[in-house]
Design a protein around this ligand. Structure first.
Ligand code: BGC
Length: 767
């Protein structure tokens, strides 16, 4: 019986695809409405279905993608003609050459271009720090490094370059930026965030969206649709393990986690991806209140919402909020998810069949289905896909150009953060014998991290540069015999977790003896999502031993950290003369580090998070209250290794003062001026953060919180005045009664060592 029903369904699906072939050159809104009116349920459901490339490409006998990648015509035909699939994502675990992308795109768009399909496919990819699945693409620092530049201009430029190179690869949709807040350093995707602070993440995230989509969101053939992820609270997992539950009080969801997404929606972001986890007991994919009420109704989000990987399925198999796959699809779709990243074969077929049935049974309304399809077609149209799903891919002549590379190198230069420099050990000089050591010293993958050429970023086959830290330093100090290299420790994966062993320790110790300074490049292997789970934040013991050995031989030690998240180093910190946080600086991290180590460039990166001192004590700079007991010396209640925003430069700028240029304490409008200067005889870049402190409020106010920041360039001797205006919107917090309110009372503005106070005479309720 079941078989007969299935056969009938398939027959129905086949005949349903035989509709009028519409081919638009430039559809208007009315054209789109007419198209929707003419679509069958099957076609509409197909638009909401996203499959991975693996579902339609040719494989070998082991199921591995053929290289070069080839589309399996029969599988494609079935996906398009029977199931009317609307979107494809990713690659089969490797990186494609531009010509391979061209061949894939030509194959998958051929039915549309031959007018056999009336709706173009939408291709999406995780080009999260540059176009990382195209050989020769320009690779930037990962988002955490980008945030450390405190320079939104770099975020915009990275967005522009990445969008251009995505389009050169035929891809119009990028699953980026990650706007999750980096408030759980154990989390394997901490490096994908823009740090712990909502103001920093908002400014950088909005600039990224602008770079991806173009200044006015026009999204021409050089821009792509951004995808804000992962809405919302994914990063706050309680256990630190990937995709495990988070508990976020409503106040902090509103104040910390939602504003960055809201600002990016206001910037016109076209798509948004959902948190795979559970927040306050509700799976992200089943949260009607957040997806439909907050995002679509309250914020007016016009684009579409895509699920994360297999997350419709997870509602049934992992989160247990749906007793069957079909119920799971209904739950997620009715909560407001418009497209399901199903994405495998044959699962996508089950999804389509379940959805069709649910619409026929009235469990999903036609209105809701039309709404999802309208949103998807709106985005496809915005991207110009109806006109041409693959603009001339040969015309993108700037792909991988030197101009793009120098932007990525400059971003790396501005991200890398100097945390300690005692006794003037840095900059290094050409007369010193330098030993560059550690697992990250001659390793391009450790500069790039995960999502580089493959998901976990461990494969070396597709690397297109050779300039590691060791090689770049050697190039800057070319005198033979002056720069030496030893790995010292080998990192590898064992039983799903990172492990280490010494690598020729004798040779390392011998090399130490010959050297004046040992530059130790330590950190972690690339990893993300589940494979990136760790048991402890401690930096690997064997790597720490390399520091101890160098120090006990009385050498100067420079520690370079290549970290996806801050690892605990409090025991070796005193043994290091200099410490540099490089994060995951990308393909040009080696070049950038060499320039910074040699003093040919100066550091201007600042920490985008509070660097923890202890494994079990995670704290944030904007903690509530003033931690009074710490002040009286009883407890080290707030005592991180380094504070949020910390960083040194060879030539430091000065914040000379802050003053009110205007203040209206009744209306709550204020203008301030901050005076900065460069007392050095070199050009500098300095970060100027402006913090606010509310002294007393109905809910314990943050000790201080960032309200804005500037990254300024100053010529030698130059003096500048920076202007900043704010109002009740900046002062507001969720009050004890649950309302957004700027509460009357005394506030302070903190900038450098300067502080000015003001009063707000009355409460101001802000929506
Ligand atoms: C990740 C997303 C990513 C998607 C597609 C998921 O596992 O959580 O961030 O965009 O895969 O690759």
């Amino acid at each position: 019986m079941k078989f007969i029903a299935f056969s009938l369904l398939v027959a129905l699906l086949f005949s349903a695809s035989d509709i009028d072939k519409l081919y638009f050159t430039h559809p208007t809104e009315n054209d789109i409405e007419a198209l929707i009116a003419n679509m069958t349920i099957e076609e509409k459901v197909g638009q909401t279905c996203q499959i991975t490339l693996d579902a339609i490409h040719k494989t070998d006998q082991k199921g591995q993608a053929l290289i070069p990648e080839q589309i399996d015509e029969a599988k494609l035909k079935e996906a398009l003609e029977v199931y009317h699939v609307g979107s494809v994502l990713n690659v089969g675990w490797h990186t494609l050459k531009l010509e391979e992308w061209k061949s894939v795109m030509s194959d998958i768009h051929a039915p549309y271009l031959k007018h056999e399909q009336n709706i173009p496919l939408l291709y999406g990819i995780d080009a999260i720090h540059g176009v990382n699945y195209t050989v020769g693409g320009t690779l930037f620092p990962q988002e955490i490094g980008l945030a450390a530049t405190w320079n939104p201009e770099f975020a915009k430029q990275m967005g522009e370059v990445t969008a251009y190179e995505c389009r050169a690869s035929g891809i119009p949709w990028n699953f980026s930026p990650v706007l999750d807040l980096g408030r759980q350093p154990l989390w394997s995707r901490h490096f994908e965030t823009l740090g712990e602070d909502p103001v920093l993440a908002t400014k950088m995230g909005v600039a990224l969206v602008e770079g991806y989509q173009g200044p006015k969101g026009d999204v021409d053939q050089f821009h792509v649709a951004a995808c804000l992820k992962h809405f919302v609270g994914y990063s706050a997992s309680f256990s630190g393990r990937d995709r495990t539950p988070a508990f976020i009080p409503e106040k902090y969801l509103q104040e910390l986690y939602l504003p960055t997404f809201k600002a990016a929606v206001e910037q016109g972001a076209l798509t948004l991806m959902i948190n795979s986890g559970v927040v306050n007991g509700i799976p992200g994919h089943a949260n009607y209140q957040l997806l439909t009420q907050t995002l679509k109704k309250d914020w007016g989000f016009k684009g579409f919402v895509v699920s994360d990987w297999e997350d419709f399925i997870m509602l049934h198999t992992v989160h247990h909020t749906a007793a069957s796959l079909s119920e799971a699809a209904i739950q997620a779709f009715n909560a407001g998810v418009d497209m399901s990243m199903v994405p495998s074969n044959p699962q996508y077929k089950t999804y389509c069949q379940d959805m069709i049935q649910a619409v026929q049974d009235g469990k999903i309304s036609m209105e809701r289905l039309n709404d999802a399809v309208r949103r998807i077609l709106y985005v496809k149209n915005k991207l110009g896909l109806f006109q041409n799903p693959m603009p001339d891919m040969d015309s993108y002549t700037k792909f991988g150009s030197n101009a793009f590379k120098s932007i990525a190198r400059n971003a790396a230069l501005e991200s890398i953060t100097l945390l300690k420099n005692e006794g003037g050990v840095l900059p290094l000089n050409a007369k010193q014998h330098i030993l560059i050591a550690g697992p990250g010293a001659d390793n391009l993958n450790m500069l790039n991290g995960a999502w580089t050429h493959t998901w976990q970023g461990l494969d070396t086959n597709f690397n297109s540069r050779e300039e590691t830290i060791y090689r770049a330093v050697q190039r800057l100090f070319p005198t033979p015999g002056m720069v030496d290299y030893q790995k010292g420790v080998e990192l590898f994966m064992e039983n799903d977790f990172e492990a280490s062993r010494f690598d020729n320790l004798k040779a390392y110790q011998k090399a130490i003896k010959k050297s004046d300074v040992v530059v130790l490049c330590l950190g972690e292997l690339p990893s993300t999502e589940k494979p990136g789970d760790i048991h402890s934040l401690q930096l690997d013991e064997k790597q720490k031993e390399l520091v101890r050995l160098a120090k006990s031989a009385n050498k100067k030690v420079v520690l370079v950290l290549l970290e996806a998240r801050p690892r605990i180093i409090n025991d070796i910190e005193p043994l290091c003369d200099a410490i540099i946080q490089a994060y995951l600086p990308g393909d040009f991290g080696g070049d950038a580090l060499a320039l910074l180590l040699s003093g040919d460039a100066d550091f201007s990166g600042r920490l985008p998070y509070t660097y923890p001192r202890y494994d079990g004590v995670i704290e944030f700079y904007d903690h509530p209250g003033s931690v009074a007991r710490a002040k009286s010396g009883q407890f080290n209640a707030y005592n991180p290794q380094w504070d949020f925003g910390f960083g040194l430069s060879y030539a430091m700028g000065m914040i000379n003062g802050v003053r009110f240029a205007h203040k209206d304490e009744n209306k709550g409008t204020f203008d301030i001026e901050v005076n900065v200067s460069n007392p050095n005889n070199t050009h500098i870049k300095m970060v100027v953060p402006i913090y606010l402190s509310d002294l007393y409020a109905s809910t314990t106010p943050e000790n201080k919180r960032l309200i804005d920041f500037y990254k300024v360039s100053l010529r030698p001797g130059e003096n500048k005045t920076l202007e900043f205006s704010f109002d009740a919107n900046t002062l507001k917090r969720i009050s004890a009664d649950g309302k957004w309110r700027a509460e009357k009372g005394t506030f302070e503005i903190l900038c450098g060592t300067h502080k000015i106070a003001f009063e707000l005479f009355d409460d101001i309720i802000v929506e």
